[in-house]
Design a protein around this ligand. Structure first.
Ligand code: 8YV
Length: 323
């Protein structure tokens, strides 16, 4: 008997066919995240769940007594209740690696977009405001040969460092749980204590996973250390930043601008103060979202799930759940 799985997020046809070869499955196809009550019903007798995003709380897991493996189509797995999964012996997997370059590209787009005011000036041209030649009021800031400080030097951080160093001739500072000599050698990156990184960087890029230790990592005192000309980029999780402190820092000119792909609450609310600020570029949590990369993430997640259900060790068990 093939194991039963539920696919809670849309996947490409080839991924669905792959799952069909190895599992009995049902799926959710809606454009919106699946309503909780419906998910509860669907997981009642499954052994595997393919998902991304939505919280996997202890309460939800209690509705799935047969569940053996949860595979998320994301590198971040802050949606997992790791303790609850450990207690229930549920395997949890994610999709590291395949999205690094795509997310790093988007981070560079945010750096360039904020520094050179790309969306603001695009709107300026489209609304017919371009009436004369050179206008100093439209000038931006340089990216090349400036200093980028990367907080969280994982794979994506390294892909940002590579672009910054070799594409833009930037100096690279980084802060990480542990210094990484090999990364330093490869990208000419220098390890910095958090305070020094914040003080000396022209671009501060936050790329840490969301954990109890990184929740609210950047707040008032961190923004206070940054240069007034600096640009803050967040493509990790919204909860790693105190959003109120960020808004205050932007309003008071304590930092120059921000490029954000993630927010405390997503989707962002229509009356959110960030929406009316000119010195920010805001994206709808789209870092990994190219068709090619999302397809690869979905396939990797499916392979992880099938391996787990076939009693093999899936390639990407999240570190906290490895024995
Ligand atoms: C996900 C992401 O696809 O991989 C991650 O951790 O943030 C994205 O790439 C997104 O979270 C889907 O909900």
């Amino acid at each position: 008997m093939k194991p039963k799985v539920f696919i809670a997020r849309p996947v490409p046809p080839e991924v669905e066919s792959y799952i069909a070869r190895h599992c009995q499955y049902k799926k959710w196809d809606g454009p919106e995240a699946m309503p909780y009550d419906q998910l509860v019903k669907e997981i009642a007798d499954v052994e595997g769940l393919l998902t991304s995003g939505g919280k996997l709380s202890a309460e939800l897991l209690d509705h799935a007594p047969k569940l053996k493996a949860v595979s998320t189509m994301s590198v971040g797995y802050d949606n997992f209740d790791l303790e609850a999964m450990k207690e229930r012996g549920i395997i949890g997997t994610n999709t590291p690696g395949v999205l690094d370059d795509t997310v790093a590209d988007l981070i560079l787009a945010l750096m360039l977009g904020v520094a050179r005011r790309v969306s603001e000036l695009d709107a300026y041209v489209k609304q017919g405001s371009w009436k004369r030649g050179d206008n100093e009021a439209l000038f931006g800031l340089d990216v090349h040969h400036k200093t980028v400080g990367i907080i969280g030097m994982g794979r994506i951080g390294e892909a940002v460092a590579q672009r910054a160093r070799f594409g833009f001739g930037m100096d690279v500072l980084y802060h990480n749980r542990h210094p990484k000599p090999e990364t330093e050698r490869k990208f000419g990156a220098a390890y910095a204590e958090m305070k020094d990184l914040l003080r000396h960087s022209d671009f501060v890029v936050l790329m840490t996973p969301l954990t109890p230790q990184t929740r609210g990592l950047i707040g008032r005192s961190e923004f206070a250390l940054m240069k007034p000309s600096s640009i803050f980029i967040n493509a990790s999780r919204g909860q790693t930043v105190d959003e109120e402190a960020l808004i205050e820092a932007l309003r008071e000119g304590r930092i120059h601008g921000a490029g954000l792909d993630v927010f405390e609450r997503e989707p962002i609310q229509p009356d959110h103060p960030l929406l009316s600020m000119h010195n920010v570029v805001l994206l709808p949590h789209i870092g990994s979202a190219t068709k090619q990369t999302r397809d690869e993430m979905a396939m990797l997640a499916a392979e992880n799930l099938v391996a787990a259900l076939q009693g093999q060790t899936p390639p990407n068990i999240v570190p906290e759940l490895r024995d």
